[in-house]
Design a protein around this ligand. Structure first.
Ligand code: PBE
Length: 299
């Protein structure tokens, strides 16, 4: 290989030599390693369902504001995204996903958020509980319990990890509830038991929201409600609580991620405030990747 370069100008030889060195540095050692991350990934970021707030922020704000016009965010789902992450990670290949915390992927893999020097993904957010108008009058005990539902990232992470390890979400929720009686009792304070009244919780198949909805559903059942967990897309989740066809949702990320849905239906729901604080959103990559900032994607 080296012999081929004999006779070419030293500047070119130097460039080629450096490129070859860069290639040898990477663990894959393939010819890909001399390509930019964009070239290696075909300028594709692995996204989730199109209704997710993180998709809108990434496509409408992050790509244009960082000048990443060659890049696109591929639509899919939360589970397709984690499947793609596992596949790439197992082979130590590059991948960029739309990621968020709390999420089990940070316990399963060594990952990092790309720095966001423009702060477009915003700071830590709250996850709010949103109920339909009239729930307070119709189902005061469900309302009171939903209003008192509040936990910490470590709690939701435990439930997510149980599900990730293979437990059915309902079983994982039941196990967590039985192991956290003291906290759960604070949600039940002053709440009376009811006799089989129906209650419909709407949720999207995002791993954090699957966990929280199953836990709240389990506790509402323990006080006598017949709880229906209905999985929908993000738009119908908000629309369903706003038109009263669903009673509540516990996965409203505010003030940024679900700002559009919030504004669209404002006045048609009641916001019971945060059930969790300290979330994060961003572009996430395996720690073995050689980039640190969203700005590195321009190269
Ligand atoms: N998420 C999880 C959602 C909210 C909860 C970050 C994927 C979203 O982007 O809308």
């Amino acid at each position: 290989m080296f012999k081929k370069f004999v006779g070419i100008t030293s500047a070119v030889a130097l460039t080629l030599g450096l490129a070859a060195c860069g290639g040898n540095d990477t663990s894959s050692g393939s010819e890909d390693s001399t390509k930019s991350v964009g070239e290696q990934l075909d300028y594709e970021i692995v996204g989730i369902d199109p209704g997710a707030g993180i998709m809108k922020i990434t496509i409408d704000e992050v790509l244009p504001e960082y000048g990443l016009d060659k890049w696109e965010v591929v639509e899919g789902s939360g589970s397709a995204m984690t499947a793609a992450l596992k596949k790439a990670y197992d082979k130590e290949e590059p991948i960029i996903i739309t990621g968020w915390s709390p999420h089990w992927k940070f316990a399963s893999y060594d990952l990092k958020y790309l720095e966001d020097p423009k702060g477009i993904y915003g700071g830590a957010e709250d996850v709010n509980t949103i109920v339909r108008l009239g729930l307070k009058e119709d189902k005061p005990d469900a309302y009171k319990l939903l209003d008192q539902f509040n936990w910490e990232p470590e709690h939701i992470e435990t439930v997510m990890n149980l599900i990730q390890e293979g437990q059915d979400p309902a079983d994982a929720a039941a196990q967590w509830v039985s192991e956290n009686e003291e906290l759960v009792n604070t949600w039940k304070e002053g709440v009376n038991e009811v006799d089989g009244e129906e209650l419909k919780l709407l949720y999207v198949a995002w791993d954090d929201v699957i966990a929280s909805t199953n836990v709240v559903g389990n506790v509402l059942e323990s006080i006598g409600y017949e709880v229906d967990l209905v999985q929908v897309d993000a738009g119908p989740m908000w629309a369903g609580v706003a038109d009263g066809s669903g009673d509540a949702l516990v996965g409203a990320w505010m003030p940024t991620t679900h700002a559009d849905y919030y504004a669209e239906y404002e006045g048609k729901f009641e916001d019971l405030g945060a059930n969790l604080t300290g979330t994060k959103l961003g572009l996430v990559v395996p720690a073995y990747m050689d980039i640190d900032s969203i700005e590195d994607l321009k190269e």
